[in-house]
Design a protein around this ligand. Structure first.
Ligand code: SAH
Ligand code: SF4
Ligand code: F3S
Length: 438
């Protein structure tokens, strides 16, 4: 039996929504009187906030558990598995890894304190219920923040892309209430946030009584002390005219759009159940760029979807050429248990996927470098997020989400007017022009 924990460590994997959930679990445990520790090896309770999106991500949890059990100093900690692996595998987890005491799904983590008490009483504790939205109402108030904060506004997904586990691990699409979101945004700003990134698996599907994400963005634009608004991840089919217009009209909305296309082949897109074509995707970006010409476009790609031919893969390279991305994420297809694509004929051999991923990434990296180079000479505001490696050096983000390092006496959370001087593949060097506190 493991004693009642006095300290904890939350380790989050996967997407930004998991980072948000991890923060909220930490706030919850702190409200219960537990102390957060930075070193997982020193914590009485370790929460592994897991991701199920690809096989590698899902398997990571088991190697982590193995490491925690073999910890050098002191007894093994109480172990809680949270997040999407918890939802997908449930009671299977403590069967496979006996050291796990708690399994808690992404919609049930407000019950974590009760589960910890149950585990301290010597019982395996499991909660993977999906009550609609009750967790948000049950969570404690937001606490001190860094300059950049995440805010979940929409959860779950009804799109059922044939490769994807998210509709199963996060449940049906649900929008949080407008008023609750605006309240949380205010609380985050009061707690130190300068930039808020609205999160959802399909964030642009957020809606309430005819209001859309653009209305929410316009409401946040009026919050004093908030300097920047971002949102992610969007689905092409939910890119409304109102949201596109917001990019032209809302001052605090940053010129950056993450809009995954996955493939450039209409045959593959159909097999993925994406319900948009390569052409319709390009037309959306045309409208977005007409509204905000300097916007940075980012995307996600999957190579080696079942049945993908060399010619179809080349169509993906083609759409990348046509879009010209500022940033992108690309993955080898990973068959996920229970998804339709895992059963499809024509699974692509790993060596072919490797080779395609390399070609795609070479192109995407070159585009990112070119985007950074084209930024040299631009003047923009940089939000200072942390200290750099050298003394006097600070790191921050440009409006286009590029990392910028500069010498300045500005503090974390300051907005600094900067001239961008030099570009690397992953970051830029800038010079502070005037110090400006937002
Ligand atoms: N809700 C978002 C993000 C989903 S997960 C969206 O719809 O865009 C993030 C990315 O992981 C996806 O965009 C996709 O590119 C990738 N992904 C999802 N399932 C995958 C799988 N089975 N194999 C490989 N990549 C996958
Ligand atoms: Fe997954 Fe598709 Fe939903 Fe995105 S839209 S979360 S890729 S099912
Ligand atoms: Fe992973 Fe779940 Fe996010 S599967 S990507 S942590 S929604």
């Amino acid at each position: 039996m493991k004693p009642s924990p006095r300290s904890f460590h939350v380790k989050s994997f996967g997407c930004q929504m998991n980072v948000y959930d991890g923060d909220r679990m930490a706030e919850l445990l702190e409200a219960e009187g537990l102390e957060a520790v930075a070193d997982a090896d020193a914590a009485d309770l370790v929460v592994l906030n897991t991701c199920h999106i690809r096989e590698k991500a899902a398997e990571k949890v088991y190697s982590d558990i193995g490491r925690l059990v073999k910890r050098e100093h002191g007894p093994a900690p109480m172990i809680a598995v949270a997040g999407c692996v918890a939802q997908a595998e449930g009671a299977e987890i403590p069967r496979r890894a006996k050291a796990v005491d708690i399994v808690v799904g992404p919609q049930a983590y407000h019950n974590l304190p009760a589960l910890v008490r149950e585990a301290a009483a010597g019982r395996k504790a499991l909660d993977t219920d999906m009550p609609a939205l009750s967790k948000f109402a049950a969570l404690p108030a937001r606490r001190r923040q860094g300059p950049g904060a995440f805010l979940t506004v929409q959860e779950g997904c009804d799109k059922f892309c044939t490769y994807c586990v998210v509709p199963y691990t996060r449940g049906a699409e649900i929008s949080r209430p407008f008023a609750a979101i605006v309240d949380e945004a205010r609380a985050l700003v009061d707690a130190g946030a300068k930039e808020i990134t609205l999160l959802g698996q399909n964030v642009n599907a957020w809606g309430e009584d005819g209001k859309g994400l653009d209305d929410l963005i316009r409401a946040l634009d009026r919050i004093e002390g908030l300097a920047r608004i971002r949102y992610t991840t969007s689905h092409p089919n939910d890119m409304t005219e109102g949201l596109i217009r917001a990019h032209a009209e809302v001052g605090k909305l940053m010129p950056y759009l993450h809009l995954p296309v996955q493939s450039g082949s209409d045959r593959v897109l159909k097999a993925m159940n994406r319900s948009h074509s390569a052409e319709s995707y390009l037309r959306i970006l045309e409208r977005v760029r007409a509204a905000r010409p300097d916007i940075a476009i980012s995307g996600d790609f999957i190579v080696g979807f079942p049945g993908e031919t060399e010619a179809e893969f080349e169509e993906t390279l083609g759409i990348v050429e046509a879009v010209n991305y500022a940033q992108a994420f690309s993955f080898k297809y990973s068959p996920r248990p229970g998804t339709p694509a895992a059963e499809m004929a024509g699974q692509v051999p790993p060596a072919v996927m490797d080779e395609r991923l390399q070609r795609l990434q070479a192109l995407l990296n070159a585009q990112q470098f070119a985007f950074n180079q084209a930024s040299v000479g631009r003047r923009c505001e940089v939000l200072i997020e942390r200290t750099g490696r050298k003394p006097g050096q600070m790191l921050g983000k440009s409006p286009w989400l590029q990392s910028v390092h500069l010498e300045t006496d500005a503090a974390i959370g300051d907005l600094v007017e900067v001239e961008l001087l030099a570009a690397g593949p992953n970051s830029l060097a800038g010079a502070a022009l005037v110090r400006k506190v937002a």
